[in-house]
Write a protein that binds this ligand. Sequence first.
Ligand code: ZN
Length: 369
Amino acid sequence: MGRSKILALFLIVLLLISGCTDLRSSKGEEASTEGKKNLIQEEEKKENLEEEIEIDYKKIKPNELGDILVVMYHGLVKNDPPSIWQRTIEGFKKDLEYMYENDYRPITMKDYIENNIDIEAGYTPIVITFDDSLSSSYSMQEVDGELIPTKDTAVDIMNKFAQENPDFGKAAIFFMNANPFMRDSLTDIKGQGDLKERLEYLLDQGYELGNHTFTHPKLNQLKETEVQKEIGEINNMVKEVLPEATLDYFSYPFGLRPDDKSNKLIISGQYDGVTYNHSAAVREAPRSPYFVPPVHKDFDIYNISRTVGTEGNDMDLWWYFKDYEKNPDRRYISDGNPDRISIPKELEDQLDKKKIEKDKEVYLYDLTE
Ligand SMILES: [Zn+2]
């Protein structure tokens, strides 16, 4: 082999190697471009996520110190309610429709009391309550061998409404008396199913149970032992069929509070060896401080206001609906993040900071800056 041939071969080998190197480096470049793309995509994803979480404060103006309505219903009637305590079936459907269309979302009593409000940004929570455990509010009927909510009871209506509008959801608390969900003197609905079946269904569906005393007496006219018995018997009735269930909230019959001596029994007590604890209690009407939320410094946890679920009466549900249309700033407006309490700076002095759990952060914002 001549020198020139060796040189040529050497050059070819060199070319081949450098070609391979080129190939390798271009592959490497491809890989790094790919990596960059991935990084950019990751960044974009992160930004989108932040956009999802972060909200436009100027647009949404969250106010988590604003009013939260607590609505009070008793039974539903077909037509001509005999008093303001009843609502018609159509009226109740209209209430839900209005709530849905006007950005109200039902939350549980538990989430309300514990300030654990997890609804979308821009929406207002609302608490729905039923007193007297009437069969027109909820009862079960056997249809084709299966127990289901009686047609056109409030539970049947709420279940169907939530099915049609999943973004509305459902929540309500039922304050019970003896023999719950079996009778209603204004309708011919007679409930079916045993106590366990009736209560279990409600709890399975995410509804809540509360205590409204055994015989619905005027608590201000009873002795301490009688008050204890009235509250304790409802608690024991539930515990007997559902030992794990707790009744955490109380509703005063006729809105009447017991005398000073017995008042502590609203908070906790014991009957027949069974203990109960109520972390909140509701009244029968709106009263000062009206509908301030639980983190407000004036919130009165054993005297929570309620507005009656009717239209056309003073300070009833529709009176408030219309009032908030005129004064939207008074409504609680969620920031969409249950762990952050967003409050306009000018309302800071109305916040009770002691009521803010450690895992939650208060965010005071000022749009005037
Ligand atoms: Zn009642």
